[in-house]
Design a protein around this ligand. Structure first.
Ligand SMILES: Cc1cc2nc3c(=O)[nH]c(=O)nc-3n(C[C@H](O)[C@H](O)[C@H](O)COP(=O)(O)OP(=O)(O)OC[C@H]3O[C@@H](n4cnc5c(N)ncnc54)[C@H](O)[C@@H]3O)c2cc1C
Length: 396
């Protein structure tokens, strides 16, 4: 029975897939052209927020729920190294009208989410007692926001979690080979197959994110450009005069809790230029954009101005707070994620090939469920030694 798998790609999907295989005692080779912390790795700069966003696959809710359960478990283990990298925070999604609750809230209700659909008055009443740090109520009301979703979510410190996962893989007795700085970008899937065969692998998982556009000649995979400014969280100065909290020191003594804020409706945000703030590890990430097909690698000055305004509207005093870095990333979006056995290639080559790319704006929201499905597909094929007969094809 085949038991050795080549995982290509060291973003969140590739690393978690390698870990899932190791846990199942399957031997692993892991390669990628760039280190997980290289800025070109989409997973590295991401906000790390658990909330399904631009991932329209019908399996999203299931993957998200599996991921939420794992992140909730981790965040409750504060003494464990991985537990320190996951933080539970309140998240608020502002809107101009009452919005029906999203499907993921129903699937996850009764779990840790504590999802509420509130009027703005009720939201601020709750925040009075629970001490959330929110934008000023008057500002939000004047701008026309009248309702909000409020829920407890999980935020992953993405760069540190990638390193944690990489170290776990390196340390495992089931790992045969790790090279995450090969500098080699493959240009077609056949090259990956040759690589797998040369290494004696009979399984291959393609976790190359947006790289699969070229690799698999997949025109349905598109990049959705996102932009972020990172503020130093510890020294962030908050301008929330309404409540008398003007500095992080005062905020801390009043036990004010950082919150995730997202707005995709005007005037502060829109579908293509959402306004959001995610406290993540040492930074507060402020965004953003969701621009399909935009390939600009830097942040345009008009965009920077817009994010600064967003930061101010969210309560950050941008003159006194330290902006430590900025980042541009390209979400690998596909209307349905390609997570399936490539039956034709697998039959022809004798190597079970699983594609796993296209999780859009939700990689950190679905990664646990996605990696588990990747491993299930490999294990099932490997155990049964099945070849393509048209019956066991998995459709997106
Ligand atoms: C601004 C922004 C904010 C985001 N915020 C969030 C958030 O808060 N929550 C959330 O859930 N998601 C968020 N996302 C989405 C999330 O980052 C992505 O869904 C996720 O990172 C995709 O992971 P991946 O492993 O598929 O791809 P990647 O992380 O891009 O990894 C791809 C890997 O493949 C390798 N590779 C690429 N091309 C080739 C090739 N030709 N040959 C070999 N290897 C190759 C790369 O080197 C890399 O190792 C955000 C994205 C952006 C841009």
């Amino acid at each position: 029975m085949a038991t050795k798998v080549l995982v290509v790609g060291s973003g969140v999907v590739g690393l978690r897939t390698a870990i899932e295989l190791i846990h199942r005692r399957i031997r692993v080779h892991l390669i990628s052209p760039r280190h997980p912390l290289h800025p070109s790795t989409c997973s590295m700069g991401a906000g790390g927020l658990w909330m399904p966003f631009h991932c329209t696959d019908s399996r999203t809710d299931r993957w998200s729920l599996e991921t939420l359960n794992e992140l909730t478990r981790l965040s409750s283990e504060k003494s464990s190294p991985a537990g320190k990298l996951v933080e539970t925070l309140p998240a608020v999604v502002f809107s101009r009208n009452s919005q029906s609750a999203p499907s993921w809230s129903a699937h996850a209700s009764g779990k840790s989410l504590d999802f509420k659909n509130l009027s703005i008055e009720d939201l601020y009443k709750q925040s009075e007692s629970q001490r959330f740090r929110l934008p000023r109520k008057e500002v939000m009301k004047m701008a026309g926001y009248s309702h909000a979703w409020l829920f407890q979510t999980q935020i992953v410190d993405t760069p540190k979690m990638l390193m944690h996962m990489l170290n776990e893989i390196i340390a495992s007795e089931y790992t045969d080979h790790v090279d995450v700085e090969t500098d080699e970008y493959y240009t077609n899937i056949e090259e990956l197959l040759i690589e797998a065969k040369e290494r004696g692998c009979d399984g291959l998982v393609n976790c190359t994110g947006l790289g699969s556009k070229l690799l698999c000649n997949d025109a349905s995979l598109i990049g959705a450009r996102g932009i972020l400014l990172h503020y130093d969280r510890a020294s962030c100065v908050w301008n929330q005069k309404e409540r008398g909290f003007i500095s992080s020191v005062e905020a801390k003594t009043n036990l004010l809790q950082d919150s995730v804020i997202t707005i995709s409706e005007p005037p502060f945000g829109s579908e293509t230029m959402p306004c959001y703030m995610i406290p993540r590890g040492d930074i507060v990430a402020v965004g953003g954009s969701y621009l399909v097909g935009d390939e600009e690698k830097g942040i345009r000055s008009s965009e920077r101005r817009r994010i600064l305004e967003n930061a101010q509207n969210m309560g950050i005093d941008t003159k006194k707070s330290m902006c430590v870095s900025e980042w541009v990333g390209f979400r690998p979006y596909r209307s349905a994620m390609r997570l399936e056995v490539d039956e034709k290639l697998s039959s022809l080559s004798g190597v079970t090939v699983v594609h796993s790319y296209g999780c859009g704006g939700s990689g950190w929201t679905v990664f646990v469920g996605v990696a588990s499905d990747n491993a299930n597909l490999l294990e099932t094929r490997m155990e049964t030694g099945s070849h393509f007969d048209g019956r066991n094809e998995v459709h997106c």
